[in-house]
Ligand binder design. Structure first.
Ligand code: SF4
Length: 457
């Protein structure tokens, strides 16, 4: 039994604003289209109806879910789709009433064919999407239900949950205590354990090349965010701030210490890119996409040795350690805001970044575990209450603050010897229970918290 999830599943390149509400539904729609092709049904389809259930129905408009579904139905992937295409398709069904299903067969499609059903809650997961394909005579050709379980992961009704990799690993583990035991027994760091597991799935060169690609995409999202001004999409008309913050920080360069303010600017930059529907890396979700890149970039800019090869190695170890920790959250609790509240998204990312930073600052495995634990301990109970269903308020600033918590947690752990009262396993289980007990108002439905107390315009 292992909870290990590959770095390439946990960190996937996609478009914003949400891994569960944009990336996952797009993948589900493409899976449905692929099944139509495999079952030789595609050319008989005249119309498709889509039901966005539970949280997908509650905040789907603000998260761009209908547009994402359209992109998936025309055969696009989140990794490569032109970020402007989903909105263009939404305009197309308004004006023309058609889409080109899987880029092969034109069908009728109107805005009314995508229904928002916030009160239809399916048992397996609140983020459910149901597709029905009909012939011109109205005959139901194919019906499928998929669940978007957070971080862009999709599960089909009737198929087992995908909580881990499906391969023989050299170092399987279920809990943080197992991870520490393997580390002690084998004399390996957390990053080395994750690397060995990844090498069971693909050659070492491919692992390293893939890690470098993830980091390049993260860096690009920071650079784009720091470079772009204007207003974010949606009813809030929120101004982008990262570029202005960066400009102010450059103007005081050399006059005072600004590294932690830059850390915040990096996180805000990524999350503004995400909120604008730009390309980001799910880390482990889109709503929390700024924390892990920001902490790594902060290390590179302010803490690392100057040599590029040192930085490259540190990046790889950082992402691998974050993966080992993130797997614990995905396997034993949840990384989905709709399931566990924001503690599952931002809390998990903060914990992953804290442990990973501790590792590249020279922490022992016990200190890494301690850093990850501290960060989650102080994100417990965090609710998900995005105003107007947009991944903007409180999400963007929340990433900046959680990045700071990650750095503080890593530093605090490094002052200790790794021995501490609350274990990472305990805090993960506490997060799971807290998420289970949390009212649905606070789980990505925009029915509670800031979402009902902030005036939207
Ligand atoms: S409040 Fe947190 S969990 Fe909810 S959408 Fe924003 S970042 Fe995601």
């Amino acid at each position: 039994m292992t909870c290990y999830t590959s770095v390439f599943d946990l960190f996937s390149v996609g478009i914003g604003p949400s891994s569960s509400h944009t990336v996952g539904p797009m993948r589900a729609a493409k899976l449905f289209g692929t099944t139509l092709i495999e079952d030789n049904l595609l050319t008989g389809v005249d119309r498709i109806s889509v039901q966005l259930c539970g949280s997908l129905g509650a905040t789907g408009i603000g998260h761009g879910t209908p547009q994402a579904v359209l992109a998936g139905l025309v055969g696009e992937d989140p990794e490569t789709v032109n970020p402007s295409l989903p909105n263009e398709l939404a305009a197309q069904i308004e004006s023309e009433g058609t889409i080109n299903l899987m880029d092969k067969h034109r069908i009728r499609m109107n805005p009314a064919d995508i229904e928002l059903l916030p009160h239809r809650i399916l048992i397996r997961h609140t983020n459910a999407v149901v597709f029905n394909a009909f012939s011109a005579a109205g005959e139901l050709l194919l019906s499928r239900t998929y669940y978007s379980t957070g971080g862009g992961f999709v599960e089909e009704e009737g198929a087992p949950a995908t909580v881990s990799v499906d391969a023989e690993l050299p170092y399987p583990y279920q809990y943080a205590s197992d991870l520490l035991e393997i580390s002690e027994r084998e004399g390996l760091s957390i990053a080395e354990i994750a690397f060995a597991n990844e090498c069971a799935l693909r050659p070492p060169e491919a692992v390293n090349a893939g890690l470098d690609r993830i980091w390049a995409a993260m860096r690009e999202s920071i650079a784009n965010g720091l470079d772009t001004r204007g207003t974010l999409p949606g009813i809030l008309k929120a101004r982008r701030r990262a570029a202005a913050i960066a400009e102010q920080l450059r103007s005081v360069q050399g006059e005072r210490e600004t590294s932690l303010e830059w850390l915040q600017a990096y996180a805000i930059a990524v999350n503004e890119e995400n909120a604008a529907g730009g390309r980001v890396v799910t880390a482990p979700t889109n709503g929390a996409a700024g924390i892990i890149p920001a902490v790594m970039f902060y290390f590179n800019e302010f803490l690392a040795e100057a040599m590029d090869e040192v930085k490259t190695e540190a990046v790889r170890r950082y992402l691998l350690t974050a993966t080992a920790i993130g797997s614990l959250y995905k396997g034993n609790a949840s990384i989905s805001g709709a399931e566990a509240g924001c503690q599952g998204e931002v809390g998990s990312a903060s914990s992953m970044a804290a442990g990973a930073l501790c590792e590249i600052l020279g922490g022992t495995p016990a200190q890494v575990e301690n850093a990850a634990e501290i960060a989650m301990e102080h994100n417990l109970g965090l609710t998900c209450d995005p105003v107007a269903g947009l991944v903007q308020l409180p999400c963007i600033e929340r990433n900046a603050i959680a990045a700071g918590k990650a750095v503080a947690s890593a530093r605090m752990a490094l002052y200790g010897d790794g021995k501490h009262m609350v274990s990472l396993d305990t805090v993960i289980e506490t997060m799971r229970q807290t998420g289970r007990d949390m009212s649905t108002k606070y789980k990505e439905t925009s029915e509670g918290g800031l979402a009902v107390n902030v005036i939207e315009c």
